[in-house]
Design a protein around this ligand. Structure first.
Ligand SMILES: [Zn+2]
Ligand SMILES: [Zn+2]
Length: 149
């Protein structure tokens, strides 16, 4: 049988909801699916555009609220980048991002080195790190070409 990672994630989501006593609504399922099927780190508005045809009567407010719930459950992540709208990421394993300052494109970066960053050992930080992600801010090749024209 062929593995379908998105279907697996949806099943995990359903069992997580059951564990937490949270309802698995059609809206939640489709909104999660809309985030998982896009690799471009969509904004809430883009998630709304992806999901609205499948969920009749879906409102932007509902999408915003459901995205908050999904982030709270840890099944998706919210990305905050300077100067950009919040974006949502269906990949919850550690990874990093290239962010274009001009078109706001967000591209995933995998790096073992970045995964193993540590705080400088000579500083005392009373802080337990749970997660982090490195953001490289710059200009993508497409915007660079446009600027050169
Ligand atoms: Zn760009
Ligand atoms: Zn990502």
């Amino acid at each position: 049988m062929k593995q379908d990672p998105i279907q697996d994630r949806l099943r995990q989501f359903e069992s997580l909801c059951r564990q937490r006593g949270q309802p698995v609504t059609v809206q939640r399922r489709y909104i999660l699916e809309a985030v998982l099927t896009r690799a471009d780190h969509p904004t809430a508005d883009q998630v709304y555009e992806s999901a609205k045809d499948r969920v009749p009567g879906l409102s932007r407010t509902t999408v915003y609220r459901v995205l908050d719930v999904l982030v709270g459950l840890g099944v998706i992540r919210r990305l905050h980048h300077p100067g950009a709208n919040a974006r949502f990421d269906g990949r919850i394993s550690r990874h990093h991002h290239l962010i274009c300052k001009k078109c706001q494109r967000v591209v995933d970066v995998e790096s073992r080195n970045l995964d193993d960053l540590e705080l400088p050992p000579n500083q005392r930080h009373d802080f337990r790190i749970e997660d982090y992600s490195v953001h490289f801010l710059g200009v993508c090749a497409e915007c660079d070409r446009e600027a050169a024209q």
